[in-house]
Design a protein around this ligand. Structure first.
Ligand SMILES: N[C@@H](CCC(=O)NCCCC(=O)O)C(=O)O
Length: 251
């Protein structure tokens, strides 16, 4: 069987005096080298992408992290300067892609901004500057150091017994990285909380009743997917689901 292909929605970025639609190496590299799937990067057009036509051509969906935030209007809130930066082109694609991938029982892995988009897509809300909330720790990346330092594995999360993720990395405490200032506030109705941080921050969810792997994580398993056991297991499980989806589609 030929290698499966996953849809990876791009971010809109500005570089060398031009607008780019791009995805970072750490995500597409983990997809290829650990999950065994090639990436089809979806341009972040606000209009014009045919979501079903895109999904007809792939075997799964990976929603990556990004420094931009989901626009608050998408979860019923007024936008303030603090809520930015925004990426409306990305929002315009990720939310419908997530909903249709779930409806079509396609494998779905949502990382960092991706779990926030999953929650919003299914009717939940987000909170900004989570580190300013009473009793919360600072989930933002370390202020100093290089990119490896930013993604250093340093925070415990507890995987719930009987959760989808418990079937991948075992229930109990694992260590993860953390690079976010937003977090899930109201959990969407048909999401199940799969992991939490010691301060109660939601760290992972799965789609209740999903007919395939449909998981969101607030941390970044892609970054150390080749060397960190829990990270590797998440991408291997996603890859297995994508291959099974492809095999079923071809049978
Ligand atoms: N913007 C959201 C989501 C954070 C996120 O996806 N961080 C990863 C970006 C890290 C990087 O590529 O530099 C939030 O802040 O909560």
């Amino acid at each position: 069987m030929s290698k499966p292909i996953i849809a990876v929605p791009a971010d809109t970025s500005f570089f060398q005096d031009a607008v780019w639609h791009a995805a970072q190496q750490q995500y597409v590299g983990a997809a290829l080298n650990v999950a065994g799937a090639m990436s089809f990067i979806i341009p972040a057009f606000e209009e014009g992408n045919d979501i079903d036509a895109l999904l007809d051509r792939v075997d799964g969906v990976l929603i990556t992290g990004a420094r931009s935030n989901v626009h608050p209007s998408l979860y019923g809130k007024e936008a303030t300067e603090k809520d930015g930066p925004f990426d409306p082109g990305r929002d315009a694609n990720t939310l419908p892609l997530i909903r249709r991938a779930i409806e079509r029982a396609m494998p779905l892995l949502c990382i960092c901004r991706g779990i926030q988009e999953l929650n919003v897509a299914l009717g939940g809300t987000l909170v900004s500057e989570v580190q300013e909330l009473e009793g919360r720790i600072d989930h933002r990346q370390p202020a100093e150091g290089n990119r490896d330092d930013a993604f250093v594995i340093r925070q415990p999360v507890t995987i719930a017994e009987g959760s989808c993720l418990a079937g991948v990395v075992d229930a109990g405490e694992i260590q993860v990285n953390s690079l976010h200032r937003q977090a899930i506030s109201d959990v969407a109705p048909n999401l199940s909380v799969e992991a939490t941080a010691p301060d109660g921050t939601v760290e992972a969810v799965s789609v209740i009743g999903a007919k395939n792997f449909a998981v969101g994580v607030q941390w970044h398993p892609e970054y150390w997917a080749s060397t960190d056991a829990p990270s590797r297991k998440i991408f291997e499980a996603f890859g297995d689901a994508v291959r099974a989806y492809r095999a079923a589609a071809k049978s």
